[in-house]
Design a protein around this ligand. Sequence first.
Ligand SMILES: [Zn+2]
Length: 422
Amino acid sequence: MQLENVRLFDGTSDRLEDARRIIIQRGVISKIAALPDQNNKQVDHLVHCSGLTAVPGLINLHVHLCLDASSDPLGSLVSDSNGMTILKMPLNAQRTLSGGITTVRDLGSPGNLIFELRKAIEEGAIPGPRIVASGEAITRTGGHGHGSLGCEADSEDGVIRAIRGQLKQGADVIKIMASGGVIDIGAGTSPYLASYTLRELKAAVEEVRRENIQIAAHAEGMEGIDLAVKAGIDTIEHGTFVNAAIIDMMLEKGTVWVPTISPHRFAERNREQLNKLLSEVKPLIRSIRDKERVGGGRNISAGALAHFEKYCMTEDLRIGLGTDAGTPFVPHEDLVLEMEMFMEYGFSNYQVLKMATLGNAQILKLDDHIGSIEEGKLADIVLVKGNPLDDLEALRQIAYVIKDGKVVFSNPTYIPGGTDCA
Ligand SMILES: [Zn+2]
């Protein structure tokens, strides 16, 4: 395949290069040349790209392909059989691609479903993003995600056994619930409290280190984040009530923060429906005791945004982009709102574009293969109308999504000439 006369944002600098030809062979970017290119001989499958900008395929660091982004996705997941869930997951995979997202890290799904989906996509049976999969999330007895997308495990031995169970199924990464969650708050855990002891978390970290993979921790309250960072967890998911001392420790250890802030905006847009859902959640009996331990207010959304604002621009702090796609109202196809919100808090177009591509690839340690448009890398390329360095809205005007050198999504509305020539 050849992309002809394309403007290039390669992900490595804030420069755009006009009039480029990108040659893709066997799924890999084999050559990037300036036009006119006298040496070019073979012309198979030419895509005319004038007016389009090539951007590296986007990467979402936090998704749940088993969740449907409805008002109560966990409810649907629990009421559906695993057979029904896996029938529904390809639609979420397809939606992901339609948003220009070619790689996701899936941090929690029931049984072996995500591994089956990953296999079907890798074999080419169905379209979908490249999946870095955790399988079931490790959670304490009665903890966040138990009975839905979690695997219950207690004590150091229990946690190690649960991790080995996920590895046996094919996990690329391990997810552990270091605090309770928000959407199943009535289930016996509180987002404000730590779910595991430091010893349990350390045992988990030691186990994944031996396997040379990474471990992500869901952590909302200050205590849970603190213990997770102390234990050596690689990525802190949400990190809602982070504080200055924890940020210092993260800087020292190189811990990555994946704040997932766009769900709060999506929730705001659907406030009425969400309130109804939350009012149906059982009252939190321990809420008064929890309150003493919160470390920064009880309102999760307000807390998340205030803490993000306070610490997001910390120099040298490693931050990743993820959306918790699939949770209430958070669509699988939308990584752009997260990027736009980062810009509201001070990041530039280039900074968020780099985070969503090469930055996230570096966090996954996959940057030798994906994250930028360079010769020798896998051909994960999004062709958009307009210039995302000027206006991020361009990322919502996707003409083509190419993954592994194949067109996996196209939209005639933004294709030059209006016809799908791919
Ligand atoms: Zn999540």
